[in-house]
Design a protein around this ligand. Sequence first.
Ligand code: GTP
Ligand code: MG
Length: 344
Amino acid sequence: DTHDPTSLRTPIVAVLGHVDHGKTSLLDKIRGSAVIEGEAGAITQHIGATAVPLDVVSSIAGELVDPDDFDLPGLLFIDTPGHHSFTTLRSRGGALADIAILVVDVNDGFQPQTLEALDILRRSETPFIVAANKIDTVPGWNENENSPINDTYESQSDRVTSRLDEKLYEIIGNLSDEGFSADLYWRVQNFQRNVGVVPVSAMTGEGVPDLLAVMMGLSQRYMKEEMEIDVAGPGVGTVLEVKEEKGFGKTIDIVLYDGTIRADDTIVVGGQNDPIVTEVRALLQPRPLAEIRTESRFEKVDEVSAAAGIKVAAPELGDAMAGAPVRVVRDRDLDDVIDEVEAE
Ligand code: GTP
Ligand code: MG
């Protein structure tokens, strides 16, 4: 392999789906922590971001992911709300995505925001897979914690597997009705033409190794060229949230999707009126596997490269807006950068 791995950025994986179908639970399983417990009314109300390094992906996926087969640094997961009132946040999450996971509760099947998420993915031509979640709720299910799907299938009775298969084929049928040719992921040869359906349980972790293996495989196989970026170039990102942070005043949580942001950069941020031109005062990085929405112990760093979720402290951020663009000026002409931010 002749590629310099530092020039490959982390793919951004948006997790979309109807309310309560298990998006945050799935990410909690991958993170090994429970963000869901801190959510008011147990519904997600903001976009989140969590960096999962390749070594963690491979430790969860076991023999399904050999880290030597990959030179992408891992996956950056974007959690989105499924509640119907958060359409804007779902579109924003979808717009950030290189690739996506559409979470569908196997019992509930397709629901209004499942269809809405599909529309977002269709319009942005984002490749995706379907996580058919909550397989543990099939009556008679025999739990095999964190097991790959093939192993857990073998330990189920015929009645249980045929019941699950029925539900899975219903989902495959729904996808087909929406114009997506789909099949169980192990039958899919070409993931660019067919949507793979991965049975999972965010509760027991069953199928999660498969899900991660498919996401890594897809990214490496089909996204690699798009991931080749000039990492040292001026950073570009989107504001997730504007937040008051003790000792820093107003800060912005951003997803950086291109280039690098440094602790001494001048940045331009979309504001409620004019673009805000300001100097970074501190870059605050969540710990690996931490959800930026709930992280309390950020590490101060000198620079961060895409893709990453990062908190930026800077003066004058009072007028910054969620969803606004962020651009690093570096050695570019300030007026050009302001024009770009205004145009977005
Ligand atoms: P929103 O963010 O509000 O759209 O919901 P969500 O998709 O993030 O769903 P969440 O992870 O909050 O899960 C909703 C409920 O389903 C919670 O009570 C979870 O414990 C439960 N749940 C999620 N995944 C599973 C699963 O695989 N099996 C079972 N039995 N329950 C699950
Ligand atoms: Mg959620």
